[in-house]
Design a protein around this ligand. Structure first.
Ligand SMILES: Cc1cc2nc3c(=O)[nH]c(=O)nc-3n(C[C@H](O)[C@H](O)[C@H](O)COP(=O)(O)O)c2cc1C
Length: 186
């Protein structure tokens, strides 16, 4: 079965907005990818699922390196811009600079990175796995910097700021839960 873009099933996920930066045959570029995840602690590996034909896809295939900039709550407009057109037609890095979203040169890769992101990660491509409509690019972390900015959340086709933490169970409730789990010990 399919899970189509924008379907009620697809709208149930809570993800982040990874702004993927690259620099290749289509020049310096940025695109937004909600399918951006850490997939290994040691070595640090991150994966991003990108549709073939995108400028970012072609840049990464050609250069084997890319940046992941986990957008901060102040970068919802940057995430919309990076996801709203293709680097084959628009200089999105230039447009973002003009809109006040500065970039800096990657330290270990020849790719622009976005200032003010919650997390900046520079990666070298280690695996490229075609999976259905998209290709999963797995990169090894070669440089990482976590800013104090809060990450932006993406859910239901909209951007969100996380504000309310769900209360933990009380100590009494915790005791009951632990006792129940113990009863089911194998
Ligand atoms: C919030 C948001 C999330 C997106 N997530 C993805 C994704 O995970 N993978 C993908 O291939 N495209 C995703 N897109 C679409 C790309 O960002 C879009 O096709 C973009 O124009 C590609 O740019 P490029 O051709 O310059 O690489 C997303 C778009 C938005 C707005």
């Amino acid at each position: 079965m399919d899970i189509q873009w924008g379907s009620k099933e697809a709208l149930k996920f809570v993800t982040n907005a990874g702004i993927i930066t690259s620099n290749g045959p289509h020049g310096k570029n940025a695109m937004t990818a909600e399918w951006t995840h850490q997939v290994s602690y040691s070595p640090g590996l991150m994966a991003v699922s990108i549709m073939p034909g995108k400028a970012t896809y072609e840049n990464i295939v050609a250069t084997k390196e890319f940046g992941i900039n986990i957008a901060s709550v102040k970068q919802n407009i940057a995430a919309s811009v990076a996801g709203g057109s293709t680097g084959k037609e628009v200089d999105k890095i230039g447009a973002l600079e003009k809109l006040g979203f500065e970039s800096y040169a990657g330290k270990k890769i020849n790719v622009p990175m976005l200032k003010g992101a919650a997390l900046n990660v520079e990666l070298k491509l280690v695996n490229e796995i075609p999976l259905g409509s998209h290709t999963l690019f797995v990169g090894e972390v070669v440089e990482v910097n976590a800013d104090s900015e809060e990450p932006l959340a993406y859910h239901g086709g909209k951007f969100w700021k996380l504000t309310e933490q769900i209360e933990k169970p009380t100590p009494e409730q915790m005791e009951k839960i632990s006792a129940t789990v113990q009863q089911y010990k194998k």
